[in-house]
Design a protein around this ligand. Structure first.
Ligand SMILES: O=C(O)CCC(=O)C(=O)O
Ligand SMILES: [Fe+2]
Length: 290
């Protein structure tokens, strides 16, 4: 497997759907986010000037936006740079929702997460802005929850991603307590005595730069590292292709709480799925900025 970079000028929706969405092959789309006002606008200076006081909490510590930007740009070296430093756009920076419109970029559709049925916190339905400093690493290799497919839009700085082709779970040692995470603590320095099967893994590492969008299909193990100060906006995709696996995850996650909760949540989600499938058939318009 290789991860291609294709300019959207050379990529039809049908091509994306048939060659990447259906077979689950990652892709970097160049210039997809050009339609967003955020593209070319989001930068550490812009955030400092416009949202300097906005707060977020990382690992129990609260930071203002100005503090975050000073840390990621190395203007403040007195303490570690937090990562992943995230903002849930709709809740924490609602003013910016219109700057990432249309969220689906013309490719991430139909997206059932845009339906009011799935606008519930626990479905993993978030639009998240990630801010990182040099070397800021996602803490573990993982699969995204609920078999959602991720769209990571790089808007400032270069970020390095590593993905593993489907079918390599066994080389990545899923954590028995959380099968979505690899138990390998540092993927850049794997202890092969402890994790010998990792020898067989074939990671693919590449850089995603400003104006590029990485599509990570469900079931693809991945991780990321900022090479410079970075700002990305990520959202998820759900439709009839990943819905059966999504539904099974809803059951599994809720079952940990109670069978009654699992039945309630899964029934609700299944009904939402039926409504969305009919919506797709009749060509219902969903508001892409939510
Ligand atoms: O941009 C990153 O750091 C990776 C984010 C990611 O994979 C996730 O939030 O699931
Ligand atoms: Fe992820």
């Amino acid at each position: 497997m290789e991860v291609k970079k294709i300019d959207v000028a050379d990529l039809t929706y049908e091509q994306f759907y048939n060659e990447h969405w259906l077979p689950g092959i990652p892709l970097v789309l160049k210039n997809a986010s050009k339609v967003w006002k955020a593209n070319g606008t989001f930068s550490p200076d812009w955030f400092r000037a416009n949202f300097g006081d906005r707060k977020t909490t990382v690992n129990g510590t609260e930071y203002t936006m100005k503090e975050v930007m000073d840390l990621v740009e190395g203007k403040d070296t007195s303490r570690p740079v937090p990562y992943p430093c995230k903002y849930e756009l709709r809740a924490q920076l609602p003013e910016l929702v219109d700057m990432v419109y249309p969220l689906n970029l013309g490719y991430a559709k139909p997206n059932w997460l845009e339906s009011s049925w799935f606008k519930r916190g626990y479905w993993g339905n978030a639009v998240e802005m990630f801010v990182g400093g040099v070397g800021g690493k996602f803490p573990y290799v993982h699969l995204d929850y609920y078999h959602l497919s991720a769209w990571i839009n790089q808007l400032y700085g270069n970020k390095e991603f590593t993905v593993w082709p489907r079918g390599q779970e066994k080389y990545l040692y899923p954590d028995p307590n959380d099968k979505w995470k690899s138990a390998i603590p540092d993927i850049e320095h794997v202890d092969l005595d402890k994790y010998p099967l990792y020898r067989n893994a074939t990671p693919i590492t590449f850089v995603v730069g400003p104006g590029e969008t990485l599509f990570i299909p469900f079931g693809i193990w991945h991780t990321a590292k900022s090479l410079e100060p970075t700002i990305s906006v990520a959202f998820d995709l759900l439709n009839d292709h990943n819905f059966p696996l999504f539904l099974r995850d809803v059951w599994d996650f809720k079952k940990r709480q109670s069978t009654a909760k699992a039945i309630a949540a899964t029934s609700y989600a299944a009904l939402g799925g039926v409504v969305c499938r009919v919506g797709d058939m009749v060509g219902v318009k969903r508001h892409s900025s939510q």
